[in-house]
Write a protein that binds this ligand. Structure first.
Ligand code: ZN
Length: 391
């Protein structure tokens, strides 16, 4: 199947100007000023991108694909994500994680769900483990999971600085970092350790101690929720300036922002103003995670579900409200996560890479068309290829 995307302004995420893009099967075949539809070819689909911006499919590196939550008892376990929500958010690559509950949420169901999403037409990977330490793996060891299971590309999310964490020691976190590092090296994968950072004032101290005491480089760890409160955000700036990678969570509720969470789009502007290298920063949605609200004694008083649509909403706000150039803002959900997660076929519009592409309306940056692995999944804001149980 050949597809030509015509007359769009391409942000690869670097600005390439007006280009036509030829998709051959699930890959990007050519990018040129003009590509004409061959007349003697049986089937060539033309996607008109006039007045549209053509950008890479988005990568969401932290999603509770089989649901998460549960902090308020069984009835507060959140539901699985469905394909249509993912597609309407412009996301074509997703990384599934478990979360607080490493007992009823298992690696086997996480991998099955990743395979289901892959069968439905997007790209999906997972991390091994949950909040808990020791890490509950599939094969018994983090290294084995990475080396032997294709879908597993890293470990996490391991919780630190949180009342829900296993309170790992420096030595325990160092062992996890080293196992993931070796497993990543031997499998040619990222082997990154995704760290859930909670509200405790110890912030990123544990990671910094591991880095200070061992040979493990700071980039081995991938702390997330860095924008969850102002002091952690400040600690995140210092951490990123030392070469650490930081991830912001886009899912939020107005109450969290009122209480001091730094809105993602604002967080991006502030970090760039503070002199942090853009390549260190990513956004993830934390979708299907519960957004639990605790009272001062740690008692749960309310619950919402994280939305995958928040991922690009925050990038759009970065451009429209914070005046960050689109080329830069896009990087936090395309090129940067692809590098962090070592997904070498993803996050960039370039010949030979996977044909994962999003078309945005030029005037308001609304997601119009989503192409995953060469297939048009969403067109004119309507899902064309539905998930098995999507209505
Ligand atoms: Zn988390």
């Amino acid at each position: 199947m050949l597809t030509i995307i015509k007359n769009g302004e391409v942000y690869a995420p670097n600005f390439l100007g007006q280009k036509d893009i030829l998709l051959i099967g699930d890959k990007i075949g050519a990018i040129a000023d003009k590509i004409e539809k061959p007349t003697d070819f049986v089937e060539v689909q033309v996607v008109d991108a006039t007045n549209k911006l053509v950008v890479p499919g988005f990568i969401d590196g932290h999603v509770h694909i089989i649901g998460g939550g549960g902090e308020g008892g069984y009835k507060t376990r959140t539901p699985e994500i469905q394909l249509n929500e993912i597609l309407l958010a412009g996301v074509t690559t997703i990384v599934g994680v478990i979360g607080t509950d490493g007992t009823t949420r298992t690696m086997t169901s996480l991998i099955a769900k990743a395979r289901a999403l892959e069968e439905e037409g997007i790209s999906c990977y997972v991390l091994t483990g949950s909040y808990q330490v020791p890490v509950k793996t599939l094969m018994g060891k983090i290294e084995d999971d990475l080396i032997l299971i294709d879908k597993i590309i890293g470990a996490g999310e391991i919780a630190i600085a949180d009342h829900r964490s296993s309170q790992p020691t420096v030595e325990e976190l160092a062992k996890i970092g080293s196992a993931a590092r070796i497993g990543g090296m031997l499998s040619g994968k990222s082997g990154i350790v995704n760290i859930h950072v909670g509200d405790s004032p110890s912030h990123l101290d544990l990671i910094e101690k591991v880095v200070a005491k061992t040979d493990i480089p700071i980039q081995q760890f991938y702390p997330t929720h860095i924008n969850r409160n102002a002091p952690l955000f400040e600690a995140g700036i210092a951490y990123a300036k030392k070469g650490g990678n930081v991830d912001f969570t886009t899912s939020s509720i107005p109450k969290f922002i009122e209480e001091g969470e730094v809105k993602c789009s604002t967080a991006l502007r502030k970090m760039l103003e503070a002199g942090v290298d853009l390549s260190r920063i990513t956004f993830t949605s934390d979708a299907q995670g519960s957004l639990p609200d605790f009272d001062p004694s740690g008692e749960l008083i309310g619950l919402k579900i994280g939305q995958i649509s928040s991922l690009f909403d925050e990038v759009r706000d970065s451009v429209i409200k914070e005046e960050i150039p689109l080329m830069q803002a896009l990087q936090v959900i395309t090129k940067n996560p692809a590098e962090r997660l070592k997904l070498t076929q993803k996050g960039i519009i370039m010949e030979g890479k996977d044909a994962d592409i999003v078309l945005l309306q030029k005037e308001d940056l609304i997601i119009d068309t989503v192409i995953s692995k060469g297939k048009v999944m969403v067109e004119n804001q309507v899902v064309k290829i539905k998930g098995t149980f999507d209505s």
